[in-house]
Design a protein around this ligand. Structure first.
Ligand SMILES: [Zn+2]
Length: 318
């Protein structure tokens, strides 16, 4: 039998975060609303287990009901690219921090959207019925004593508050966008550099991105979902992990953190630049002096980075 403490070590937090979908003892795959138990065995080993395997626990940190994550976590070795102008690269090196832009400043009006405005009546109906059902069916031991008018007023108020909360969430989510690809992308050079001649791309892996940001589990790193908003809605808790299908070419992996207190349009997160940057690629259209300058500046700033000229700049044989 275990006792409940609410104590989470970093190891237990990591175990739960990275093995969210299954019991770490019997490997049972959780389904919606299954009970999951986080805690420790008699020798202090962290465990994240199903009810059947909860007999291994002597200490329970938390019991939660399983809900699938709205995003997939890329494999550690997944290669990620960030195409940028020289000024942003310089800022990364100089500040030793990665810039996370606020969701409402990412340039896509559908960031954080539950769907299209035209579908608002569907959402409002769904939410209103949900609030009404919850009001009429309180938890065991409680009874609903409200009049029909009071129920109507309460559900309308909840609906307004919910809608305001959804719109406001765009100001509390901060994002660093990366492009998943084993190789360089011609399209990305064009898309993400204002002046392609002065552009470069930082190449990293998911594990290096995670480590460079201090293995902070508050910074979620996940793959974006791309859906047709005319046919489906984002998953539960997935509005910031979903974009329109027309953005699919971005193959975005994002690092995201929430911060309700910041009034800024972006925040700098401390980053171990040497750990982050596996290689730097210089734009295929950059003149030779640009490549030399970038290398010289980064060396003077104390970095020993590996530079490559874009393979797209190779000379063809006809
Ligand atoms: Zn189990």
């Amino acid at each position: 039998m275990y006792h409940m403490t609410g104590r989470f070590t970093l190891e237990l937090s990591k175990l739960r975060y990275f093995h969210w979908d299954s019991c770490c003892v019997c490997h049972y795959q959780f389904i919606q609303n299954d009970a999951c138990n986080s805690g420790y065995s008699a020798d202090g080993t962290p465990l994240y287990v199903c009810d059947k395997c909860a007999t291994h626990l002597v200490e329970l940190a938390e019991r939660n009901n399983y809900t699938p994550r709205a995003y997939l976590i890329p494999k550690d070795e997944t290669i990620l690219w960030r195409y940028m102008d020289f000024s942003k690269f310089l800022s990364l090196l100089d500040n030793r921090s990665l810039y996370f832009a606020r969701a409402d400043h990412l340039g896509d009006p559908f960031e954080g959207a539950r769907g299209r405005l035209v579908d608002k009546p569907i959402w409002d109906d769904h939410l209103y019925n949900f609030f009404k059902s919850a009001t009429l069916n309180p938890p065991p031991g409680h009874t609903c004593t409200l009049t029909p008018e009071q129920i109507e007023a309460q559900c309308q108020r909840l609906l307004i508050e919910f809608n305001e909360g959804c719109a406001g969430a765009r100001k509390s989510h901060f994002v660093s966008c990366w492009h998943e690809n084993d190789i360089e992308s011609e399209a990305m050079w064009k898309l993400y550099s204002t002046h392609q001649e002065n552009a470069l791309a930082v190449k990293t892996t998911k594990i290096n991105l995670y480590k460079s940001l201090g293995e902070n589990l508050d910074i979620k790193i996940g793959k974006m979902n791309y859906i047709d908003f005319s046919k489906e809605f984002p998953k539960n808790n997935g509005v910031f992990w979903t974009k329109r299908i027309s953005f699919e070419h971005e193959r975005e992996v994002r690092a995201m953190i929430t911060n309700s207190n910041s009034q800024e349009i972006g925040i700098q997160i401390p980053c171990n630049v040497t750990e982050l940057i596996n290689e730097v690629y210089i734009s295929p259209t950059a003149p030779p002096w640009f490549a030399a300058m970038v290398q010289s500046v980064s060396t003077k700033m104390g970095y020993n980075l590996r530079f490559n000229h874009s393979s797209l700049a190779e000379t063809p044989l006809y």
